[in-house]
Design a protein around this ligand. Structure first.
Ligand SMILES: *Cc1c(COP(=O)(O)O)cnc(C)c1O
Length: 420
């Protein structure tokens, strides 16, 4: 298997990208970093992009808003082209802004507008806390009762896998009571990738809106949000998008929605037309694109880091990355499923079908639990732990190699042997 890993690295046309990232060190060596699903590594270009804006601020002060190559007043336009390629949409449909949870609150104020019996929101059971809290708040703020209106769908068979058919059946069952379906692209805990197009079509067929949290999907799997007819989507940029801790969030609104004047929104001055913005005349003149949802002037330093990372994605190309990702994660799965000792100790909760997952595999440790995790961390592996007993392993095609995966599995096997 080591030979196979070496051969796969040899024939990897994206292998050179690894050297464009900073790796955390342990004992003078690169750690085996398999945690890009939680915090992506820093591209070496990032420092220069951020320095440039620090310099602009030093040299220009407030004039930086309107002068230079990338004036701050319209800095958000610089990320649109790259983001549109990643999520499959028009440039007008996407804007980098705020943080994810803020965007999770903004979206329902436009796309959850209950009336009469149409007042329910469908999410998956075990949703990420912010996502749960956001839709819970939206229901409370609308004067409805979450006990009636918040529907959490769980798999019928009690496992972690939620078949698309069950999601579609639930949407149909709720029918005219359903106002919004908000689902993950990739579920953060199980790693399951949901069928965005089918869920959207089903929601629309009963007159509901469909929105997606793509925190674990953007930069991981190529998407086609415009064609799929998705109403809105939100994400963060610090996971697979490598744009730094707490980095700028992202927001997609379908052009069919952005054009409509009857969809209300929480608005701010940055969502109003730039021509009139500094007249301070409080005219209502929202931008008829995703930009109309902007609240504040742009967080330039975080957006600068975002631009550096997006440039790496442009060079690598998300479709090529996905191709490598399927091989890389498939290799990890192969190593686990052909190891007797790992089969005894690990239950994989991520779908086996590569079309229904991204980079991440979630491994449930059936016997030894946390001490195994602690041991592999001591050996220089960085990955994350989720209660009760899950390690999430995300080999990232931009900067992980097949040897990283091979070495990780060796370390995991050794840790289990030593501890059992
Ligand atoms: C990472 C993540 C968040 C985090 O939200 P922040 O506002 O960036 O802190 C929220 N929801 C999901 C599904 C996530 O994966």
């Amino acid at each position: 298997m080591k030979d196979k890993a070496l051969a796969l690295d040899q024939s990897d046309e994206l292998a050179a990208f690894r050297s464009q990232f900073h790796f955390p060190q342990m004992d003078g060596k690169d750690c085996i970093y398999l945690c890009g699903n939680s915090l992506g590594l820093q591209p070496k270009m990032t420092e220069e992009f951020v320095q440039e804006e620090l310099r602009n601020w030093q040299e220009k002060g407030v004039k930086g808003h309107f002068t230079g190559e990338k004036p701050w007043v319209s800095y958000h336009i610089n990320s649109k082209k790259s983001l549109a390629k990643l999520i499959g949409c028009l440039e007008d449909e996407v804007v980098a802004m705020n943080n994810l949870t803020t965007n999770l609150h903004l979206a329902p104020s436009s796309f959850y507008r209950p009336s009469g019996n149409r007042n329910k929101i469908l999410i998956e059971r075990g949703a990420f806390p912010s996502d749960f809290y956001a839709v819970h708040s939206a229901i409370v703020l609308s004067g409805n009762d979450p006990a009636d209106c918040l529907i959490e769908l769980e798999p019928k068979d009690g496992t972690d896998y939620l078949p698309t058919e069950e999601v579609l059946a639930k949407i149909e069952e709720l029918g005219e009571q359903l106002e919004l379906v908000m689902f993950p692209g990739i579920q953060y805990y199980t790693g399951q990738f949901f069928n965005i197009r089918k869920i959207t079509e089903a929601a629309h067929s009963v007159g509901a809106n469909a929105g997606f949290d793509l925190a674990h999907t953007t930069g991981n799997i190529p998407l086609t949000l415009h064609e799929d007819g998705v109403d809105f989507a939100v994400w963060c940029s610090y996971k697979y998008l490598n744009s730094g801790p707490g980095g700028t969030g992202g927001f997609f609104v379908h052009s069919d929605n952005a054009r409509r004047t009857d969809i209300p929104k929480q608005s701010g001055w940055w969502g109003h037309k730039a021509e009139g913005r500094f007249k301070m005349d409080n005219e209502i003149n929202p931008i008829p694109t995703a930009d109309g949802w902007q609240l504040s002037n742009i967080n330039i330093l975080s957006h600068a880091a975002h631009l550096a990372s997006l440039e790496v994605f442009d060079r690598a190309d998300i479709h090529r990355l996905r191709k490598k990702s399927i091989l890389l994660t498939g290799f990890l799965e192969e190593l686990i499923s052909t190891s007797e000792i790992l089969q005894e100790h690990i239950k994989m909760i991520t779908p086996r079908n590569p079309e229904e997952r991204g980079a991440q595999l979630s491994l449930f440790l059936t016997k030894l639990g946390k001490p195994v995790f602690e041991r592999i961390v001591e050996e220089g592996v960085i990955l994350d732990w989720r209660e009760p007993n899950v390690i999430r392993v995300a080999p990232v095609p931009l900067y992980n190699s097949f040897m990283d995966v091979y070495e990780f599995v060796q370390i995991l096997e050794n840790a289990i042997k030593e501890l059992s």
